[in-house]
Design a protein around this ligand. Structure first.
Ligand code: NDP
Length: 315
């Protein structure tokens, strides 16, 4: 196929988490013939979780990857055109807007729903980068299995870190939890569960000085922020669970964002500062960040896009 000739699309959806797929279901049912590019992690963040207990409609809970297969199948059944590919560049200066897929194919469209989600944050130290994939991971659920019966460390004190520490505590002999302040940010119930788990050992006021190891993780050196004392703990796995950042880089310079890079939408809508461009899910939500709120905002984006295209006589 000639990838240099732009393809005209009525509505482009970028991203395949709960927001993107929900937008696709609604847009396909409104006969907008949406084309959805799935991005680097088809199914999004839920594909790297286990049990989801708080998505309505599943009284017994559901596995994250299974839930996303349901989303995908539903969007496909409604007629959405689901494609592999990553949006690598955009030009939103004038309509039709241009979106480059995998750096070569060009899509031209008057309406875009951005549902690119968020990605794990890293500490930013040299040893973390060097040993990434060799014992350093940002996903306990994906990689915890490799450290069965071994000692591991996890950094972070939010709900994600608490959840992952509990997950690891069922697989690993000891989980060393590294917390930079003298309190946790996680919800009370998660904090209580972590504190009540005998093989989770908490290190308060502690920062990761270095992950030690040449070809694989062998230990971590911690520094106490108050006393300045350092401690070395032998471990095999090092997990980072310090939050996420929105996947909005390619839209910088076009769309209004906050200082952390979250796309700003007009309150109560999915509209961005550019007409015909809508945002849904974690890329525009730093407060709720739940699958169900992402799905809800995907629905809003599709309804806003449908209205926009109708008003412009483009649908
Ligand atoms: P959060 O932003 O809530 O927490 C990040 C944690 O990482 C904080 O404890 C923070 O410390 C720590 N941290 C950040 N940067 C560093 C650093 N450089 N070094 C050391 N520690 C660092 O992110 P989460 O991913 O945990 O949660 C995101 C949202 O998702 C929250 O709203 C959460 O409630 C929700 N969530 C809900 C779940 C559920 O309901 N089951 C499960 C998972 C997430 P500090 O506190 O000092 O800033």
């Amino acid at each position: 196929m000639d990838t240099t000739t732009p393809e005209q699309v009525q509505l482009l959806i970028i991203g395949s988490g709960p927001a993107g797929y929900t937008a696709a279901v609604y847009a396909a049912r409104a006969n907008l013939k949406p084309v959805l590019y799935q991005g680097i992690q088809p199914g999004g963040q839920l594909t790297i979780t286990t049990e989801v207990e708080n998505y309505p409609g599943f009284p017994d809970g559901v596995q994250g990857p299974e839930l996303m297969i349901h989303f995908e199948k539903q969007a496909a059944r409604m007629g959405a055109d689901l494609r592999y590919g990553l949006a690598t560049k955009v030009d939103l200066t004038q309509q039709p807007y241009k979106v480059w897929i995998d750096e070569e194919k060009i899509i031209e469209t008057n309406a875009i729903i951005i549902a690119t989600g968020a990605s794990a944050k890293w500490l930013g130290i040299e040893s973390e980068q060097r040993l990434n994939g060799y014992g350093v991971s940002a996903c306990a659920v994906c990689d915890g299995f490799f450290f069965r019966g071994k000692e591991v460390a996890i950094v972070g004190a939010g709900d994600t870190a608490a959840e992952e520490a509990l997950y690891l505590s069922k697989l690993c002999s000891t989980v060393h939890m590294i917390i930079r302040r003298d309190e946790m940010r996680a919800s009370k119930i998660m904090q209580d569960r972590v504190k009540a788990t005998p093989n989770i050992k908490i290190y308060w006021n502690s920062e990761t000085d270095e992950i030690i190891g040449d070809k694989a993780v062998e230990a971590v050196r911690l520094k106490n922020g108050k006393s300045g004392e350092t401690t070395q703990i032998p471990i095999k796995g090092f997990f980072v669970a310090i939050g996420h950042q929105p996947n909005s880089d390619i839209f910088k310079g076009f769309l209004d964002m906050d200082e952390a890079g979250y796309i700003q939408t007009v309150p109560g809508t999915a509209k961005t500062n550019i007409e015909g461009v809508f945002a849904a899910g974690d890329v525009q939500d730093k407060i709720y960040r739940q699958a169900v709120t992402a799905a809800g905002s995907g629905c809003m984006a599709a309804l806003d896009a449908e209205r926009y295209l109708s008003e412009k006589g483009l649908h």
